[in-house]
Design a protein around this ligand. Structure first.
Ligand code: PLP
Length: 176
């Protein structure tokens, strides 16, 4: 499919320059149709569970093939935050690998999910943006001692400010 053809599947592009792709992307006619099909099936068949499970399995297989993964390596989650939460809460922090390195650019839900693991024994380290180039995260800011740490690579264009009151609440263990 050519780029123009692909873009023509998003009606809003005819009227707007769409930049809100991080949280609610432009709606394509394909997604519009799929959402209507879902609502129609709800009206007509109630809960056609097997049909939708089959659709999810087909989605997993197609997505796995598109990134060269095995089907059982793909989990379909309702959101990125739910996915990270499932991963974070499945990790054990009572052994040697208890450090998690996050960056100054984490999306707020990502950072808060990791910070909530502190009460489970995780030690959260923050790789800080350089004051000289505050929009960059220098790799060297992840200290050598953190090499065995888990690293959350999700990034966001916005800085997550570490306000003094947050620091205080975090040290008291009541910020999650
Ligand atoms: C960079 C980034 N990470 C994580 C999220 C959270 O995604 P979700 O709403 O799917 O939990 C967003 C949402 O906009 C995001 O932009």
């Amino acid at each position: 499919m050519k780029l123009d053809e692909f873009r023509s599947r998003f009606p809003i592009f005819k009227r707007r320059v769409y930049v809100n792709s991080c949280s609610q992307g432009a709606l394509s006619i394909d997604v519009d149709e799929a959402m209507r099909a879902f609502l129609d099936s709800w009206h007509e068949s109630g809960s056609p569970w097997e049909m939708w499970v089959d659709q999810v399995e087909r989605l997993r297989a197609r997505f796995a093939a598109s990134i060269g993964a095995e089907v059982d390596e793909i989990a379909v989650m309702p959101s990125a935050s739910a996915g990270i939460n499932a991963v974070a809460s499945a990790l054990s922090f009572d052994g040697r690998r208890s450090r998690v390195v996050i960056g100054d650019f984490e999306f707020p839900t990502m950072a808060q999910i990791w910070l909530a693991q502190e009460r489970r024994g995780a030690s959260i380290r923050r790789a800080q943006a350089s004051p000289a180039s505050p929009d960059r995260l220098p790799v060297r800011s992840v200290r050598r001692g953190d090499r065995r740490a888990h690293a959350d690579r999700s990034r966001d264009a916005r800085l997550l400010p570490q306000r003094p009151q947050d620091r205080h609440r975090r040290s008291r263990g009541n910020l999650s």
